[in-house]
Design a protein around this ligand. Structure first.
Ligand SMILES: Cc1ncc(COP(=O)(O)O)c(C=O)c1O
Length: 430
C-alpha cells in the first residue's frame, strides 16, 4: 500500500483531506482471507442467503414490469414519502416517534454518516467516539479531518463517568465537541449494549454539556432475548440524530438507510444529499417499500435473529471450550460481533498474518481506534460462517494464540509493527 502512494504521480494534487483516506489493514490480506480454506471471522456481511430469494426476485420483477416508469426514474433528494412513513413504523419498534418529514433516506447508514460529518465538521473539530468504534465511521471522520477523541466502553456500553471526565477536560481546554458518535445497541465491533440506566445518564450528561448525539443503530432489531431496547432518540428527539439501515434486517446490497434528525438539521441534510447524489436510488427504495408492504418482514427479522443467535452460541461455546487462559471476550446479546482481548504481551495485529497462514482470519483491534489503541484486541464476527465453520475457525484461532503465548514466554514479547491508524473499511469488513 505504501509503495503505491510513493509512486502515486498525483500525490501532490490531492486535497489535504485525502491524506486521511488510507486503506484498511485487512484489505492487503483480503485476497488470502477470501480463499475457501480460510475460515473468515473477519467480515461483517449479513447472511442475505437466508432471505426468501425467489419471493424477493419475483416481487422485484413485478415491480419493474408493473411500475417501471416510476421505479427506474429519479426521485426526490429526501427519499420516497411512503417509504419514509414505513421507516417511522420500523423505528416505533424501538420507541422512536418520528415524523416522515424529518426522515432522509440515504445510501445505507454509511452515507448518513458522511452527510452528518459533512454538515457539522470543519477540519480539527472534535468528535467523541466510543473506544473501540465502527471502522467505517472512523474512516468518514478522518476524511473530514475531524479530531476523534475516544471515550472507553465496557460490557455495559459507553462509560458515563468517562464521558463526563472527557467533556469536562475538553471544556477546560476550551474545545467544543461537535457530536458524540455512539452505537448503543449490539455495538460494532465490541458486541456490547448500553444499559437502560446508562442511556438516561448519557442523555443527561450530553444535555448538561449541550452535546449532540449521533446514534447509529443498524443492529437494534437483531436482539437474541426479549424486546428491542429503547433507542436514545426516543427520549431526547432534539438532541439525538438517529441513523437506521435496512442492510441487516433486509439486504445490504440494496443500500437503503436513513437519518431521523431535528427539523433544521434535516433541511441541511437534504441539501447535502442533493449535492452528493441528487437522490437515492428509486429502484432500491421502492424495492424496500414493496418488501415492507407485501412480505412478512417481521417474521423474516425473527428468522434472522434465530439464525444469528445459533451462530453466536456456536462462537461463545467454542471460545469457552478452546481459548487458552488469559483471553477474555464479550458476550453479545444481539448483532454480529464478539470482541476478544488477548493475554498481556500479545499483539493481534502482528499475529494476523500468522493466523491467516493457519487458515483463520479476524480483524485486528487497531482498526477500530483512531489513536493506535486496540493492540491486544480483535473483532470476531459470527454473522456469515455456518456454525460448524465458526467452531473450526475458533479451534484454529485458539491454536494460533497458544503458539503465540509460547513465543512470548520464550522470547519475552511479540513484535509490534508501527502505530495503528484510521482506515477506510475495505470490502467485507463493515
Ligand atoms: C455501526 C455501523 N454503522 C453503519 C454501518 C453501515 O451500514 P450500511 O450498510 O447501512 O451503510 C455499519 C455496517 O456494518 C455498521 O456496523
Amino acid at each position: 500500500m505504501e509503495q503505491h502512494s510513493r509512486t502515486d504521480a498525483y500525490a501532490d494534487r490531492y486535497a489535504a483531506r485525502a491524506a486521511g483516506m488510507v486503506p484498511s489493514e485487512i484489505r492487503a490480506l483480503f485476497a488470502m482471507v477470501a480463499r475457501p480454506e480460510v475460515v473468515s471471522l473477519a467480515g461483517g456481511a449479513p447472511y442475505v442467503s437466508a432471505l426468501p430469494l425467489d419471493a424477493v426476485g419475483s416481487m422485484i420483477g413485478d415491480l419493474v414490469a408493473g411500475r417501471g416508469a416510476e421505479v427506474l426514474q429519479y426521485g426526490s433528494a429526501q427519499g420516497d414519502e411512503t417509504l419514509r412513513e414505513l421507516i417511522c413504523d420500523v423505528m416505533a419498534l424501538e420507541g422512536v416517534q418520528g415524523s416522515a418529514d424529518d426522515v432522509v433516506v440515504t445510501v445505507g447508514a454509511q452515507q448518513a454518516l458522511d452527510l452528518i460529518t459533512k454538515i457539522f465538521i470543519d477540519p480539527g473539530d472534535v468528535v467523541l467516539a466510543e473506544a473501540p468504534s465502527y471502522v467505517g465511521a472512523l474512516g468518514t471522520f478522518a476524511a473530514y479531518q475531524a479530531d476523534v477523541v475516544h471515550v472507553p466502553l465496557d460490557e455495559g456500553g459507553l462509560i458515563p463517568s468517562a464521558l463526563r471526565e472527557t467533556l469536562d477536560r475538553l471544556r477546560r481546554d476550551g474545545r467544543r465537541v461537535k457530536f458524540l458518535y455512539t452505537v448503543p445497541t449490539f455495538q460494532n465491533p465490541a458486541g456490547v449494549t448500553l444499559t437502560a440506566a446508562r442511556r438516561a445518564q448519557i442523555l443527561e450528561i450530553c444535555a448538561e454539556h449541550d452535546v449532540l448525539i449521533v446514534e447509529d443503530n443498524p443492529y437494534g432489531l437483531l436482539g437474541f432475548e426479549g424486546e428491542p431496547m429503547r433507542a436514545l432518540r426516543a427520549d431526547d428527539p432534539d438532541r439525538v440524530i438517529y441513523l437506521g439501515s435496512f442492510s441487516k434486517t433486509i439486504a445490504s446490497g440494496l443500500r437503503v438507510g436513513w437519518v431521523l434528525a431535528p427539523h433544521a438539521v434535516r433541511a441541511k441534510l437534504v441539501l447535502a444529499a442533493e449535492s452528493a447524489i441528487l437522490c437515492p436510488s428509486n429502484f432500491s427504495q421502492l424495492a424496500v417499500r414493496e418488501y415492507l408492504l407485501t412480505q412478512p418482514w417481521r417474521e423474516q427479522i425473527k428468522a434472522f435473529r434465530e439464525m444469528y443467535r445459533e451462530r453466536r452460541d456456536a462462537m461463545l461455546d467454542a471460545l469457552d471450550q478452546l481459548m487458552p487462559d488469559g483471553c477474555t471476550w464479550t458476550r453479545p446479546a444481539g448483532g454480529f460481533f464478539v470482541w476478544l482481548t488477548l493475554p498481556e504481551g500479545l499483539d493481534a495485529k502482528a499475529m494476523s498474518p500468522r493466523a491467516i497462514a493457519d487458515r483463520v482470519a479476524y480483524v485486528a483491534g487497531t482498526g477500530f481506534y483512531a489513536d493506535g489503541g486496540g493492540r491486544r484486541n480483535m473483532r470476531l464476527s459470527y454473522c456469515f460462517p455456518e456454525p460448524h465453520r465458526i467452531r473450526e475457525g475458533v479451534r484454529r484461532l485458539a491454536a494460533v494464540v497458544e503458539k503465540e503465548i509460547r513465543l512470548r514466554d520464550t522470547f519475552g514479547g511479540v513484535e509490534h509493527d508501527g502505530p495503528g491508524g484510521v482506515h477506510t473499511p475495505g470490502p467485507g469488513i463493515v
